[in-house]
Design a protein around this ligand. Structure first.
Ligand code: SF4
Length: 299
């Protein structure tokens, strides 16, 4: 006879999860631009945000994501939330298309700080992931004055002590979505060897608050589920900070829950959080599916 296992699931969503204001603004503005210009080609240079579901949705509305600037570019070109380098902006200006800059204001602030530091003669260090589009653009802003350096870890900082000693003035900014702990680990290494050091903690408020809310929820949950793209820096960092605290699953969509059916079935309290680029519908689908798994009949 079939046994019905219904562990009344206690599913809680973190107080802050999903779209931040920078992402919400970029998605809403892109849609508005297309609606107001139905006959005009609308492009986004690189993914607007790191989420494939959102890119597909935008594509279905006629807003096309392109990896690089095409030979011929007419219409409207949107700059993604992560920003673009001054060189890219200049190149776009020559193409004759209209450029709409939807770089998140928090990212813009870091670009400006990096540029100002470099113009004042500081050797700029960007703490972050070197191949992330936001970091590439921040570095490029500083590089207009003198070449900056990207440091991603304490170990990498230790390998570059020679550089910290060589420059009289060092200025530090940090990728908006970095882990606070990484920042705290790297700064003392630089501080020990720098002559003059100016540090800006440019982790954005949305990232900081989402990390805090996720950790608070982890205290009350048996298992944590992080929803969002594996390419999203802030989403992967959420999973990273939760793993030492609780069993943590990082999934991109509800279908991936299938791989964790038994774990979910046997876990009474499940906490859910999501990166700043994860749309509400994905979070809701995941929560609904967790509830359904709890009600499934087992042979
Ligand atoms: S995570 Fe922060 S920096 Fe990135 S888009 Fe959101 S508010 Fe802006």
């Amino acid at each position: 006879m079939a046994t019905v296992i219904n562990h009344a699931k206690d599913i809680k969503l973190a107080k802050l999860a999903g779209f931040c204001y920078g992402v919400k603004r970029a998605v809403e503005e892109s849609i508005r631009i297309k609606e107001e210009n139905p006959q005009t080609p609308v492009y986004i240079l690189g993914q607007l945000i790191h989420n494939n579901q959102v890119s597909k949705q935008l594509e279905s509305l006629g807003i096309h994501t392109v990896d690089k600037i095409p030979e011929k570019m007419e219409g409207i070109c949107i700059i993604r939330t992560h920003g673009a380098s001054p060189q890219i902006m200049e190149e776009l200006g020559k193409k004759g298309c209209k450029v709409v800059d939807l770089t998140c204001p928090d990212v813009k602030r870091v670009q400006d700080k990096a540029k100002t530091l470099a113009s004042e003669g500081y050797k700029v260090i960007v703490i972050g992931k070197a191949d992330h589009p936001e970091v590439i653009a921040i570095k490029a802003h500083a590089d207009c004055y003198s070449e900056s350096l990207v440091i991603s870890s304490k170990e990498q900082a230790e390998k570059n002590i020679g550089i910290f000693k060589k420059y009289k003035k060092i200025g530090v900014v940090i990728q908006t979505t970095q882990l606070v702990d990484n920042f705290k680990r790297i700064i003392p290494v630089i501080a020990e060897h720098a002559n003059e050091l100016k540090v800006y903690n440019t982790i954005c408020d949305a990232t900081f608050k989402r990390q805090k809310a996720a950790m608070e929820l982890a205290n009350a949950a048996d298992v944590m589920i992080v929803a969002g793209s594996r390419e999203s820096a802030n989403t992967t960092h959420l999973a990273e900070i939760l793993k030492p605290l609780k069993t943590t699953i990082h999934i991109e969509n509800k279908e991936e829950l299938d791989n964790y059916r038994d774990l979910i079935l046997n876990t009474p309290k499940i906490g859910v959080t999501a990166g700043a680029s994860t749309p509400d519908f994905v979070i809701n689908e995941i929560i609904e599916e967790i509830g359904k798994i709890g009600e499934k009949t087992r042979e």
